[in-house]
Design a protein around this ligand. Sequence first.
Ligand SMILES: *Cc1c(COP(=O)(O)O)cnc(C)c1O
Length: 450
Amino acid sequence: MSKQKKFILEENEIPTQWYNILADMPNKPLPPLHPGTRQPLGWEDLAHIFPTECCKQELNTTDRFIDIPDEVLEKYKYYRSTPLVRAYALEKALGTPAHIYFKNESTNPLGSHKINSALPQCYYAKQEGTTNVTTETGAGQWGAALSYAASVFGLEAAVYQVKISMQQKPYRSSIMRTFGATVEGSPSMSTRAGKDIITKNPQHMGSLGTAISEAVELATTTPNCKYTLGSVLNHVALHQTIIGLEAEKQMAKAGEYPDTVIACFGGGSNFGGIAFPFMRHNILDGKKTEFIAAEPESCPKLTRGKFEYDFGDEAGYTPLLPMYTLGHDFKPANIHAGGLRYHGAGMIVSQLIKDGLMHGVDIPQLETFEAGVLFARTEGIIPAPESSHAIAATIREALKCKETGEEKVILFNLSGHGLIDMTAYDQYINGDLQNYQVTDEDIAKNKIGV
Ligand SMILES: *Cc1c(COP(=O)(O)O)cnc(C)c1O
C-alpha cells in the first residue's frame, strides 16, 4: 500500500476560532509605550491608525480563543484548508530517518499566507465604516493579499512598496494594480516622511521601515483611511493561527505530533501562525516541542539583536515596542527574501525568546537557495526565497537526525511559492548571488528607541 502523502480537512473541520497565545503566556509582553510620555498605550490610543477590532485584539490578554467572523470564514473556504504534506522525496534525498511534514500555505491564488490576515483586517475596517486602507509591502506578497482583500470587501487600497523589491519583482505591482490598488515606490515624494528620507539619502532603496512610515502618515492624514500591517503585530499573528490549528488536526490524521516546528521569520506572523497552537501544549500540557525561527544572516535580529523598546518604522511614527531589534534605521542588504528584511521582531515572539520557549537561527542567502532548489527538485514546488529559510533550517535538523539516527517529526511552514521570484533563482543558478554577513559595527551604529 502506498503511503499517504497529503492530509486535508473537510470544510466542516476548518477551525472557526483563532488561538490567542497572549492568554496563556507565562509572562505577558511588556506594554507598547507612547514615545513622548513613555506611558503604556490602551487600544483607544491605536484606534486612529488601525481598525478598532484589531486594536482590541492587539491587547487582548484574556480570551484564549477568538471567533472568526462568518464573512471571513466564508472567504477562507475559497482556499482553506491548505494541505499538510509529508515530504517523502525530500527525506529520501537527505537520507534522513526524520519524518518531514510541511503545511503548504502557497496554494491560494495570492501565493502566500498573508491573505489569512488581509481578509479579517479589511473586513473589520469595512465594518466600522472605513472607505480606504493603506499599507506597506516588502516583497509584495502582503500588498497583493491586501489589494485582493480590499477588493473583496469594497475598499480602496493604497500600497507603498519598498523600491528595491519593486525593481526586483515588478509583477507583484502588476498583481496589486489588477486588484485595483494604487502602488507607490518607497521612499516616495508623496509623504513628508518619504521626502525627509530621500533628502538625507537620495540613493535610499527603501526598507519596510520607510514604507511603514509613509503608509502610517497617509492613514493619519486622510479621512476614513486605516492602516493595515502584514506582520509583527499581535493581531496579525492571531489571524495566522488558522495555519497551526489546521495543522494540529492534520497531524492527528497522520497519527503524529511534531518534535520540531520551524518557520521563516520576518516579523513573526507565519512563525506564530504555525507555532503558537502547538506551543500552547508546551505551556499547558508539558509537551517538549522545539520551536525554531529561521532568519537571514543579513538581518539577524533574533540571534544578534538587542531586547529593547524601539520604533517599528524608520521615521519613528509608531509606538515604542518591546522587541528584539537591530535598530529602526538598520539597512539590511538587498537580499531576495524581501519579506525577511525587517529590523525588529513581534512583541510576543520577543518575550517567548526571552522566556526560552523558542529560539532563532540565522541562515546565509546561498544556503537558502540551495535548500530551495533541492525542495523544488524533490517536492516539485518552487518556494518563496523567504520560505527557503525554513526549508534550510529543516534540512539542518534532518541532517542532525541522520547523524544521531533519531526519527524526529519535523513540521515546517511553506509560507509561499516563489513563482514571481524567478529572477532570484536565475541569479542563483548563474552564480551571481552572494552571502551578506553583518559585522558587530554594522549593528552597533543603528538607533534603538528615541
Ligand atoms: C511576508 C512573508 C514572510 C515573512 O513574514 P512573517 O510575518 O515573518 O511571516 C515569509 N514568507 C512569505 C512568503 C512572506 O510573504
